[in-house]
Design a protein around this ligand. Sequence first.
Ligand SMILES: Nc1ncnc2c1ncn2[C@@H]1O[C@H](COP(=O)(O)OP(=O)(O)OP(=O)(O)O)[C@@H](O)[C@H]1O
Ligand SMILES: [Mg+2]
Length: 393
Amino acid sequence: MATVELRGVRKVFGRVEALATVDVRVEDRSFTCLVGPSGSGKSTLLNIVAGLESLSEGQVFLDGTDITRQAPAERDIAMVFQSYALYPHMSVFDNMAFGLKVRKTPSDVVRQRVEEAASLLQLSDLLDRKPRQLSGGQRQRVALGRAITRHPKVFLLDEPLSNLDAQLRFQTRVELKLLFERIGGTVIYVTHDQSEAMTLADQVVVLDKGRIQQMGAPMTIYEQPSNVFVARFLGSPAMNVISGRVARSDGDGLRLVAGALTTDLPGERLPDVPAGGVDVLVGIRPELISVAPAGHLTWNARLRLVESLGAQDLLYLDDEGQSLVAAGPSGLGAALGRGDVSFDVRPEAIHLFHPESGDAIGVRHRTSAAPWTIARPMEPDPSSGTTDQEERS
Ligand SMILES: Nc1ncnc2c1ncn2[C@@H]1O[C@H](COP(=O)(O)OP(=O)(O)OP(=O)(O)O)[C@@H](O)[C@H]1O
Ligand SMILES: [Mg+2]
């Protein structure tokens, strides 16, 4: 068992408020990712859990026990530092074995744990080297290995893969996920990389300026971001955010206008819209913009540039001076050609945010539950006739 809980934790450094009253609960054997821009307080939060940083206010609990005043060594917690913090005079093997040796672990167990971690991290051939004889990515893996060998109750990992190349990073993150599942550790993992957070985490905590912006399962945050910051932080390419206006239409409905995009929204989305209408920020995920089927309600935007990423095409659009990105299957850009193209977006896929506070407003329904939005994002409604794409190609 290892749950971690932070209650009312606040940290100030002089005049800098690094964390502003944070409450987080991390379940036993779960994987929590802390994400946020540089300076948002991620390392500070980890250091507080590890006991390396004192608190200005609040308490930290491990398995329900208040450990706020416990020394780091008394906590069964291993941390991988952003700066690696390896012992320069020790070999890779001894660095990785260090935590076990100080706990008087039998030497055959030490060897077995180090070899297991070395194999996982592709360090088996480097065990006799000193840290200065390693590349940055190799050092980072030694730091990770040092935490893994201990099999502690809680792992705190501060950007543990940031210095690896894309392929090794991808491979290591899959292996890490499997390893933590096997050894049943509770993990708090800091990353800048939103795709790492989406793929690894059971729970994502989004921090900005020392405040939790949103906390929850990755898909919940992706589908129901609580504000523009979160909406744009998770998901790649980032959610489009353009300005628009919502007004009452005839009957009970609402009409949203954002540049050339005009669409009806159900009246209950924003029950309090005044007669004159309100300004909003309109959020649309690039992958939920589709090419409009012929004869369908259309949104004419100018296609300015196509980026082919191999598996995907990114279409850069201009909606009456506002820039957007749409993501579709590869080959789509070439089939469409430049110029005006009719696009479509389902009303459920539209997020609305307050133009000043950036907070999400109105009721939204789940979007990715609709099968076409997951599997074939750019394909038209099967009930309609030919598509623009077919007509042009
Ligand atoms: N020892 C310190 N003294 C003064 N200010 C500090 C100290 N440590 C951190 N800070 C400040 O607290 C804030 C949060 O820092 P922190 O290191 O937690 O950010 P971070 O989210 O880990 O950023 P990064 O992604 O760059 O690692 C920053 O404004 C930072 O300058
Ligand atoms: Mg940091």
